[in-house]
Design a protein around this ligand. Sequence first.
Ligand code: ADP
Length: 320
Amino acid sequence: RQMTPPPKPPAKAPGSPPLPRQNSKTAPPSPPKVIVDKSGRVSFNRVGFLGEGGFARVYEVKDPRGMRYACKVVTKSSLKTKKAKTKLYAEIKIHRSLQHPNIVHFQDCFEDELNVYMTLELCTSGSLMDLLRRRKRFTEPESRFFMVQLIGACHYMHTHQVIHRDLKLGNLFLDTSMNVKVGDFGLAALIEKEGERKKTICGTPNYIAPEVLFDTANGHSFEVDTWSIGVILYTLVVGRPPFQTKDVKAIYKRIRDNEYEFPPDRSPSSNAQNLIQQILTPNPSERPTLHEIVDHAFFTQGTVPSYIPTSAHDAPPDFR
Ligand code: ADP
């Protein structure tokens, strides 16, 4: 397989959450305390701030019946270019077409003079990234539980011709019952023709598949999500991503050379190691299918808990 030299790094920094794009001087004003649709069709009370991403700020809102949602706010001033508009419309079109218990539900979308708003299912327990920071790493039963839900959501997306392209712990949110909800469809792509290949270099360095970086002529497809699933599994059981190092270029070199190891002091089970190795195969056509992944001994020979107790926020639960 022809390997081309690494292209320039994607916009996001390794592992760390994306930097807020605007500094305090140019930060947009907060959306109104009462958010009302241009046509007066809907109204929400803004009750809290949840977080900030590459181009959006996310608030907690309540509708007149007291139902709580997350509300993703994109300022119209950031949508001046055709490219920015196309990207946001693609995110909305893709996200609103998906309905699955492990995908953040897209409730509605509307605008006022200053902003575009997307109301989403509220995930009150943060992301798996936040949880991993507190917990350091997860037990294998917990990891199986999170992975089964993630793979289910991913299988659903793929059967609906959607590639997520940015699966990572920071985009896996948790509801109050510790169920996984895949969010942030900002980099998702729709495969409209069978066999179509995508050429845009995107993703987050630690989780990016080698073909996205080094096979730009051929493009990439659904298997990039499978690769990220392998990186996620490694990260859950080891506590840090497999190719992590000091700078982005070095991460890309390690991805290109398939260079990672299982630290002896926190070595996962041999089944986990074997599955991770199978998924992190450089050639995308040799990666296991999602069905093959859930049929692997790591899942079939170990306990998959039916739920995760909320005590798991602070300490490993005991699944015996
Ligand atoms: P961007 O697409 O700009 O990267 P994200 O969709 O990743 O934005 O959201 C940014 C932050 O907002 C997240 O890291 C998280 O803290 C918070 N957030 C996003 N969606 C939700 C949600 N559905 N429920 C709770 N918090 C959310």
